[in-house]
Write a protein that binds this ligand. Structure first.
Ligand code: PLP
Length: 365
């Protein structure tokens, strides 16, 4: 069993994806070719956002919109310490200071009720992470940001396709940043990502930063990066879009089935809470266990691959320890000790899921 089954997905979409790739090889416009705009338009239609700027990766998406905000040294960006390192990494790289605010113990997303206390005169932005494919409490976060004149950047690397109060992730705040890393809910066959915004000026800034700060060819009006997503990768995303709606509904159904089956087989097991006003596209299907290493070992012996997202909160990582005290964010510390991700992808079969649930029940005795 694969942890994330990309082979079955390719088998189902093979003709579509091959034809899309072949078309790029035939026209030869490998950088900013027609598929780039076509994909951006398709993703605008999907998310409802006015602008989509495709970029080299999810990491680059975060960097480019932070660069568009023109952070000054010492400017602070509030985020969660329980995330992939890229979130805080890009804040530092853009010249800012990450300020870690603890998570809710049941959803593992930033606790919006703790944000206000972390705001200072230097705060410029809030960067909530839609962890595992579930959006944080964006209405509350946007309201706080509005009161304090802050920008909200959703790190939606794991949540493309997710919904919050009837709107799509990536179109819930000033910026939404997603990733097309192969294992994400919408993946390409290499690195890729996108920025979404409804702000015309910020969109223009991001477009310029994406291509070395050029407002026209060889006119460099700002500092930028080489941050484009290449045409071949956009073609792969386009090749996958035809089935994406089905994949999202299958992910939601598998999440619900995991919940029901795990609840029946292992009554005491703590599962991730999903709030009533949103869904979770389960970039990872993550549960909470004690004695994680032993459980992982037993699952491995039973042929079930697992992973840990993430084993340490960022303020316990050597590179980020200076941005907090060890005892800060206790929910993040406890969660990092207990999370365990199970096999998940749209092509996971019901029989495979039963096998995972059975093996986990055995492993937990
Ligand atoms: C994957 C991920 C990123 C980075 O995306 P890449 O495309 O790999 O650069 C950033 N933040 C989170 C939460 C992620 O899961």
């Amino acid at each position: 069993m694969d942890f994330i089954d990309l082979k079955s997905q390719y088998a189902a979409l093979r003709d579509n994806i091959n034809a899309r790739i072949q078309a790029v090889l035939d026209h030869g416009q490998y950088i900013l070719g027609p598929e780039v705009k076509e994909m951006e338009a398709a993703l605008n239609a999907y998310t409802g956002a006015r602008h989509c700027i495709s970029v080299a990766s999810g990491t680059e998406a975060l960097l480019i919109c932070l660069m568009a905000l023109d952070l000054q040294p010492g400017d602070e960006v509030i985020t969660s310490p329980f995330t992939f390192a890229a979130t805080a990494e890009m804040i530092v790289l853009a010249g800012g200071v990450p300020v870690f605010v603890d998570i809710e113990p049941d959803t593992a997303n930033i606790d919006a009720t703790l944000i206000e206390a972390a705001i200072t005169a230097r705060t410029k932005a809030i960067m909530p992470v839609s962890l595992y494919g579930q959006v944080a409490d964006m209405d509350a976060i946007n309201a706080i940001a509005g009161q304090h004149g802050l920008t909200v950047i959703e790190d939606a690397a794991q949540s493309f396709g997710a919904s919050y109060k009837g709107k799509k992730s990536c179109n819930l705040s000033t910026f939404g940043c997603t990733s097309f890393f192969p294992s994400k809910p919408l993946g390409c066959y290499g690195d890729g990502g996108a920025i979404f915004t409804n702000d015309d000026q910020l969109a223009q800034a991001c477009r310029e930063i994406r291509t070395h700060g050029q407002s026209q060819r060889y006119l460099h009006t700002r500092i930028g990066v080489g941050g484009r997503m290449d045409t071949l990768q956009c073609a792969v995303v386009l090749g996958k879009l035809d089935r994406f709606e089905w994949e999202v509904s299958r992910r939601l159904a598998l999440g619900e089935a995991y919940r029901a089956k795990l609840h029946a087989a292992i009554p005491g097991l703590q599962l991730l809470a999903v709030r009533d006003d949103r869904d979770c596209v389960w970039a990872q299907y993550t549960v909470f266990v004690d004695d994680r290493e032993a459980v992982q070992g037993k699952l491995k012996a039973a042929g079930i691959p697992t992973a840990v997202h993430y084993p340490r909160p960022l303020h316990h990582q050597p590179a980020y320890a200076r941005y907090g005290r060890p005892e800060d964010c206790p929910n993040s510390i406890d969660t990092a000790r207990r999370v365990l991700s199970l096999p998940m992808s749209a092509d996971l079969t019901d029989a495979q899921q039963d096998q995972v649930v059975g093996a986990l029940a055995q492993a937990l005795g």
